[in-house]
Write a protein that binds this ligand. Structure first.
Ligand code: BGP
Length: 471
């Protein structure tokens, strides 16, 4: 008997807007990503511009068959991707869906099943239709609930026999940190009030619960989860004041999980709202809707950070949510601090808090890989640094399993190189598969297996046992 359960779902994750490209093909409308050529690091453009790497992505829209075959070669049991909302409803507020968009995902899910790979589908992953952002102000507007529910209903009815695992919103808590990319809120950030932001978050929470209810009605065997950006926060010093900062940072971050798992707003948020003059408008039915809790909790984990009560502490680079850098930890080339034990901590924390199955749906190392030729003249990447990162994290997953935490699976982020969400670069690569495309637009789009490709294949084949073999 190994440590990982026999039915553990090993796989990888991507999102439509970061890999598909084909940004106007088969009737697709524009999404907020099509006007964010620099991710959250730069301002949006009026129109899509050529420098935006997401417009072409890695051309997954046309090359998905080849890519899924490669995932199957690694032994994937599950493949996480998202559906581009604007392929199904190009503007977002139509009443009839776009058949060509729906047909693409039929082909994609069929291809997964051909190899026994289960799709894990994010309904909304940072790709709100641009029209909804520009004409409704995105999730700041309650009407989005209606459009999102209509969209989800179409997906459930169409794919109910092909998709069992669903996630409502990618990193739902990131709306507080990247309102346009995450929530399609067009109000300039300097004018956006906390009142409007938390009201938008409320609309997403209600929409998520409504769609969870719908999924349970239409697909009794489906499992529907929320998706949180996890960021364990440690006190910078042992001072109780730093610890209270930690508590407050975690409250702000995990209140989204609390609502999804417990079906109501937690008391600490009511206090926060009161003290900050925020009044959330609840429609009469909202309290009842929120009671539709999720089946599992999924999350991304890349890094941890510190909190400090001292005014001198500076916030470092991070995955949308920044924090005070931890002086004991190394960092990636992009400044994200590397902390494998934080993953064991966060798994235990969520399990203790919710007692619901957990799914790690993103984890990985973004690095500037260099393509080389091996001794047989094959192109590859010697990404030992990525293998080390992933191995150390998976060892901590094994620790958490031994702690008694129930974990459904693990999908590492960007299993094939994709465009970065935060910086929109292709140079920041996470994949087991290298894609020949560069930020200046050059490249053949050819795929090459990195060293980590063979390493991950072994991990899956041995159901995690190879992680502990001394080589
Ligand atoms: C998460 C997002 C992903 C993804 C990942 C890595 O926040 O859900 O979409 O891209 O982070 O981040 P980045 O691409 O910025 O390196």
């Amino acid at each position: 008997m190994g440590i990982f359960p026999e039915n553990f779902l090993w796989g990888g994750a991507v999102a439509a807007n970061q890999c598909e490209g084909a940004y106007l093909t088969d009737g697709k409308g524009l999404s907020v990503q099509d006007v964010l050529p620099h991710g959250i690091r730069g301002s949006r453009t009026k129109e899509p511009t050529k420098e935006n790497m997401k417009l072409e992505g890695i051309d997954f829209y046309h090359r998905y068959k080849e890519d899924i075959r490669l995932f199957a070669q690694m032994g994937f049991k599950v493949f996480r991707t998202s559906i581009a909302w604007s392929r199904i409803f190009p503007k977002g507020d139509e009443t009839e869906p776009n058949e060509a968009g729906l047909a693409f995902y039929d082909r994609l899910f069929d291809e997964c099943h051909k190899y026994g790979i289960e799709p894990l589908v994010t309904i909304s992953h940072y790709e709100t239709p641009l029209y909804l952002a520009e004409h409704y102000n995105g999730w700041a507007n309650r009407e989005l609930i209606t459009f999102y529910e209509r969209y989800a209903r179409v997906l459930f009815e169409r794919y109910k026999d092909k998709v069992t695992y669903w996630l409502t919103f990618n990193e739902i808590n990131s709306i507080l940190h990247a309102p346009f990319m995450s929530g399609g809120i067009a109000t300039p950030e300097e004018e956006l009030t906390e009142q409007a932001l938390y009201q938008a978050a409320h609309h997403e929470l209600v929409a998520s619960a409504l769609v969870t209810k719908l999924a349970h009605e239409l697909m009794p065997n489906a499992k529907i989860g929320c998706m949180l950006l996890s960021m364990p926060t440690y006190p910078l010093t042992p001072s109780p004041d730093d610890m209270i900062q930690v508590m407050e940072a975690e409250h702000k971050n995990y209140f989204f999980g609390d609502v999804h798992a417990r079906g109501r707003y937690p008391g600490y948020m009511k206090r926060y709202f009161q003290e900050h003059g925020i009044e959330i408008q609840f429609a009469p039915e909202d309290e009842e809707i929120l009671k539709n809790t999720v089946d599992f909790i999924s999350f991304s984990y890349y890094m941890s950070c510190c909190a400090s009560a001292s005014a001198d502490s500076k916030v470092g680079n991070g995955n949308l949510i920044g924090g005070v850098p931890n002086p004991t930890l190394p960092a990636s080339e992009w400044g994200w601090q590397i902390d494998p034990k934080g993953l064991r901590y966060v798994l235990n924390m969520f399990w203790d808090r919710y007692q619901k199955p957990l799914f790690i749906v993103e984890n990985g190392l973004g690095a500037a890989d260099v393509l080389i030729e091996d001794e047989n003249g094959e192109k590859t990447v010697a990404d030992d640094y990525r293998i080390e990162y992933l191995r150390e994290h998976l060892v901590q997953v094994a620790e958490a399993i031994q702690d008694g935490v129930e974990i459904m699976g693990y999908t590492s982020w960007g299993c094939i190189d994709v465009v970065s969400a935060s910086t929109a670069e292709l140079k920041k690569r996470y994949g087991y598969i290298y894609v020949d495309r560069n930020d200046d637009g050059s490249g053949t789009l050819e795929r090459y297996k990195k060293k980590s490709f063979y390493w991950y294949k072994d991990v899956i084949e041995s159901n995690g046992r190879s992680l502990f073999e001394v080589k």
